[in-house]
Every structure is written in C-alpha cells, then in structure tokens.
Design a protein around this ligand. Structure first.
Ligand code: PGA
Ligand code: ZN
Length: 424
C-alpha cells in the first residue's frame, strides 16, 4: 500500500527546475522518479505547471507542482495498492479535475505515476521492464542516436532538429550501441576536419553550422562508411524535422526559403530516394492534417512517418490520425500525456492499428531511466534518447545494457524488423 508521497524541485539537463517524486510503501520500499521537459513542445501536450515567479529561475520554478504532489495528489492515493496503476492514475486525473492536467500540472502527476510504478516493481522484486511488461517483455529497441542537433536544440543555422543514426543491422542491442558510438566519434573527426565546430547541442549531438540539411545527411553517410559500416544495411538514417517550429500562416520556412506543404513533401521524397532513411518525424506541422494525409499517401509505404507534436502521445489525437490515415508511427513521450496508464493506452492503440511506436526522451532530461524499461516493456523496438554523450542521455542507453544482460538468452534485438516499411 502507498503510505506517503513526497516531492522536491531538482534540476534537469538544461539547468531548469523539474519535479522529482518519492513514494514510500508500507513494506518500507522507497522509489523516486524525475520528470523531463521539452523545448519544441507541441501545443496539444498536457500542461506543464511552472511557477511564473520571475524572482526564481526566471519564472521556471516548479514549487507549485511540488506543493500539488505533497498537498493533494499524494494524500489522494495514500492507502491505495501500488500495483493498481490504472486506479492510481485515475485518482490522480480526478484529483486534478481538468482535461489537460492544468490545475496540478502534468509534471506533478507524471512524477507520482512513475514513482508509484517503480515502487510497485521494487515491492514485487521485479525489474521495472518486467513488472510493466510481464514475461513477454523481451525486445531490445533499436537506438536512434541523435548525432546532429539543430532547430530549437542548438544555436546553429540548421532548421531540422534531429539527425539520427539507426544501427539496424546489428545482431544485438549492445552491438548496435557500439556501432552508433564508433560512428559518432568518426563524425566528430569528420566535422572537425571540415572546419566545423564540434560543440554539443541539448541532446548530445554535434551542432555544426552546416549550409543545408542535405549536408547533414552527407556527413552521416561519410561517417558511417569511414567507421567501417555500410549505410542502409548496417546503419540507416532518420530525421526529426520538428516542422511545427518553422511553420506559420500556411508556409514552411526552411533554408531561408518559403515552402508549401506540397513542395516540402516533394523535397522529402527526394531525400528518401537519395538516402537510406528509415524514419521521418514531424515532417509537417501539428495542425496541418490535410498535408499530413498527402505525405502519408506519397511516402507512407516506404518510410516510417512519426507523429510527435501531431499526436502528443494522446490516445484521442492518435485515434483521430488513424481514422484519417495520417502518419504510421507514434512518438511516445510520457510527459506529453502525463500518466503511465495513458501512455500504455496510446502505445496499445498504435500497435493494434499497425502503427509502430518509438519511445522518446525530452530535450530536457534527468538521470531517470524509466523510458528504457518502457521500451522493453512495450516491445516497441525503437527508442530515441539522444547521442551517446551527456550522462542524462547515456543513462538510458546504459539501462538497456543492464536489461539486455538481465534478459540474457530471452533478449531479442529488434533490428531491421523495427522498421517494416523500410525498403532500402
Ligand atoms: P523536445 O524535442 O523534447 O524539445 O520537444 C524532442 C522532439 O521533438 O522529439
Ligand atoms: Zn520530435
């Protein structure tokens, strides 16, 4: 039974305050969870409560959310069985009482939801992935390493937010990790040799001032080859365009030019023809549904089209997208929706509907590694949690190494099968 719930304000990887929650059970178990935070957040995400008190942390403090945990959310679940996750999350949502968790804050609610799950797992003496996913949780995800950072995540001139290496050809997760790391180090040397800066962006990728997005993809291909791998066969590429960030009044502003959605779709078709791209996320803006439909009709059979700002891990928005035939993959960010239950509901809906699912960190992260366990618990087969640099990113990749070891012979690496639409 849940005996007490505490919370505090800690810092995330950008040096901004975030919520950490601790849950104590009546058997003496204590577990904690910390909440991540985005920069290129979708308009339809659950509400992140910040104090707005400019005298502390530029208004970004989270003392109100901490107080909501201590005064309201915690007391509401005291005495409830920690393993009753769906009941716990329902009580949290009812206590908040709003549609988008605006009153107590999705950051407060999520912290409690995750800490309860961890405490229940510990109390059952199970690793989190096994507690959440049961005996069938066995698929190690393909890690999508975000090795070039642009957009809102870096102060460079690249419009697209994320350029991924996806080591799909490896035999095991640990091998895919090594391939990604080796290529990452070669990429640094290549950028340096070409005279570019090799400082890191928010997610641990390099943030060079490249002249074009294509140039970024060219560098990835060069690095893959120089590291001794075959592009497409061993390591494929991916993009998170985060197009909402450069969309306004029906126009996309990319590489200092104005683009219509149709022109942009044609541009993507060219990229998919020229590069071994397995996944493109948020290729269009979060509200541009008709263009999303055209994009899906044009490229959906060849490449994974992921909805991040489009779906915001929200089962209703996803259901809407599925019925319209829009996109074919769900990005999964626990703090976009704010409870574990609703996260699982979104993933289940995606999987039942022939959509793939990719677990995801946020650009503002902590040392919390819950998403690594979630990736295995859902057998999703894909995770993006930054470059193999910066401890808050590496922490998730390292947790997957532990899970791989724990699963031993039962572990299966998703590999190429994670991207059923990829024909390259
Ligand atoms: P965010 O970026 O965490 O800043 O929203 C991640 C993403 O867009 O996938
Ligand atoms: Zn995204």
């Amino acid at each position: 039974l849940i005996e007490a719930v505490g919370a505090r304000e800690i810092l995330d990887s950008r040096g901004n305050p975030t919520v950490e929650v601790e849950v104590l059970l009546d058997d003496g178990i204590v577990q904690r969870a910390a909440v991540p935070s985005g920069a290129s957040t979708g308009a339809f995400e659950a509400y992140e409560l910040r104090d707005g008190d400019k005298s502390r942390y530029g208004g970004k403090g989270v003392l109100k959310a901490v107080e909501a945990v201590i005064d309201e959310l915690g007391p509401a679940i005291e005495g409830v069985e920690a393993s009753e996750q769906r009941i716990v999350d329902e009580i949290l949502n009812e206590t908040d009482g709003t549609d988008n968790k605006k009153r107590t804050g999705a950051n407060a609610i999520l912290g409690v939801s995750l800490a309860v799950a961890k405490a229940a797992a510990d109390s059952a003496d199970l690793p989190l992935y096994r507690y959440l996913g049961g005996p069938n949780a066995h698929v190690l995800p393909v890690p999508l390493f975000n090795v070039i950072n642009g957009g809102e995540h870096a102060d460079n001139g690249i419009d697209m937010q994320e350029f991924f290496l996806a080591p799909i050809g490896a035999e095991t997760y640990s091998e895919s990790l090594r391939w990604g790391v080796e290529t990452y180090h070669v990429l640094r040397a290549e950028l340096k040799a070409a005279g570019y800066a090799t400082g890191l962006g928010d997610e641990g990728g390099f943030a060079p001032d490249l002249p074009s997005n294509r140039e970024g993809l060219d560098f990835l291909i060069k690095a893959i080859e120089k590291a001794g791998f075959t592009p497409g066969k061993d390591i494929a590429l991916g993009l998170d365009v985060a197009a909402t960030e450069f969309f306004s009044d029906g126009v996309y502003r990319l590489e200092n030019k104005d683009w219509s959605a149709d022109q942009l779709i044609e541009y993507y078709a060219g990229l998919v023809a020229d590069f071994p791209i397995v996944t493109i996320e948020d290729a269009l803006a979060e509200d541009d549904w008709d263009a999303w439909k055209s994009l899906t009709d044009a490229l959906g059979s060849k490449v994974q089209l992921v909805g991040d700002d489009l779906f915001v891990t929200n089962p209703q928005r996803l259901a809407d997208g599925i019925s319209r035939g829009v996109a074919n993959s769900l990005l999964v960010k626990v703090n976009q929706i704010g409870t574990l239950t609703e996260t699982f509901d979104a993933v289940s809906l995606a999987q039942r509907s022939g959509y793939t699912a990719m677990l995801s960190h946020r650009s503002g992260e902590t040392e919390d590694t819950t998403i690594a366990d979630l990736a295995v618990a859902t057998n999703a087969g894909q995770i993006k949690t930054g470059a193999p640099a910066r401890s808050e990113r590496v922490a998730k990749y390292n947790q997957l190494l532990r899970i791989e070891e724990d699963l031993a012979d039962a572990a299966v690496f998703a590999g190429r099968s994670a991207f059923p639409r990829f024909q390259g």
